[in-house]
Design a protein around this ligand. Sequence first.
Ligand code: HEM
Length: 496
Amino acid sequence: MSAMMASMMGASPGTSSSSSIASTPSIPSQPSSLPVRKIPGSYGWPLLGPISDRLDYFWFQGPETFFKKRIEKNKSTVFRTNVPPTFPFFLDVNPNVIAVLDVKSFSHLFDMEIVEKANVLVGDWMPSTKYTGDMRVCAYLDTSEAKHTQLKKFSMDILKRSSAIWVKTMVSKLDTMWATIESDLSKSGSSNIIPPLQQFLFNFLTICITGADPSTSPEISKAGFALIDTWLGLQLLPTVKVGILQPLEEIFLHSFQYPFWLVQGGYNKLVKFIEEEGTEAIQRGEKEFNLTAKETVHNLLFMLGFNAYGGFSLFFLALVNALGDDQNPGIQEKLRNEVREKIGTDSSKLSFEAIKELELVQSFVYETLRLNPPVPLQYARARKDFKLTSYDSVYEIKKGELLCGYQPLVMKDSKVFDNPENFEPGRFTEEKGQELLNYLFWSNGPQTGSPSESNKQCAAKDYVTLTASLFLADMFQRYDSITISSGSITAVKNAN
Ligand code: HEM
């Protein structure tokens, strides 16, 4: 492990596993003396139950209210329900799940002794493998599959090697992003942050993850991020609430899977680009990890497009919005002061090492992830019969049953987080804040955990939080403040 990587991993806060807060959830598989209770809730009549739940989920209630109402009705954070997609064209999909909506019951999703994760990234339904080169890529594999070990190690190696160019590449691509935003501001007084942000993420992440530089291809450089947007959108539509006029959304977006051929041309362009420009990473996949060239290319594209670009696009938007005065008045001044005091305004001083000093910036990043986990739903299937423990009861789970956790609610568990609905920028500072990191789960594992081939935690767990901290530090080196409202920047005040 390079010195830089070692220091970067050291920068991941909260590696202590001590947990002294009163309501510490215990390790799931420990025997419990709590009463065994029948899992409340029901799946309803065949066809009708799943359809009714689907309409509530997408239309009448929306995901958060859907789960909240069922907690109230069942007087339990563990219950049976259906989740989409369902009838009419998802007949072979079983929508029955057991929802786990508090920190303690949700933690069972990380215990690979009792759950398995084959093909359950987005639930019982899985998008066609045509979207991923006719193969199951890493995120769909269970830890018991040898290929998962090879691919997880490959993904962590990719990140480790890229750490040498990560910060430099990021800052240089941020120069372009902020120049575009400033140009928009001078022309029209407002800049929608999404296009420049996505362009930045695509260019930066493509170089760091695949080694291919989009600037070698004018077409990929200009349109690469839009190709990924459509590829992502089309495969995930049956599971995502979009918010267009109903019942049009139910009829056209949630009733069937869009065929891959609609995005095939764009995807093939990205494959060709990686094959031609990402040769070093491909050769490493073949020689050091015993993968085929095809496996390497499609896994690189999935990591780039789905894991990294998809995750960061949602996360950075939430991060920028959380800086708005309407959400967190006065926070920019506090973050700026910390950045200027600890690092100053010289961008060459930005490093993973330097970010370790920014306690409030990192806490702000964690709090944004707590309230806006970019991957809100997590699933896992019972590997065997086992007993699932919540705070007041134990439930018997049968082998093969699917558990479903909705993180935006789990991360508001009042037994763990004080004032759980409030955005508290400093929540994760000091000793108590460090302990709370044991219960921050955005990466499919605790923030104090470590991704490995024997678990399904995000390979980039530390890179994601440090990259977000770097993004904020860079911003407050450039600007005294930005004015932001609903995803649009309307002013920036340059640093003096
Ligand atoms: C904000 C950005 C990101 C978020 C929110 C995110 C989130 C997640 C989550 C929740 C999972 C687990 C999904 C599940 O099994 O239920 C996951 C898995 C994974 N992520 Fe990330 N991720 C992000 C960025 C990245 C990046 C930059 C990479 C690497 C290049 C990456 C690589 C992976 C891989 C390889 C897996 C599969 C792990 C396994 O199969 O064991 N992610 N990510």
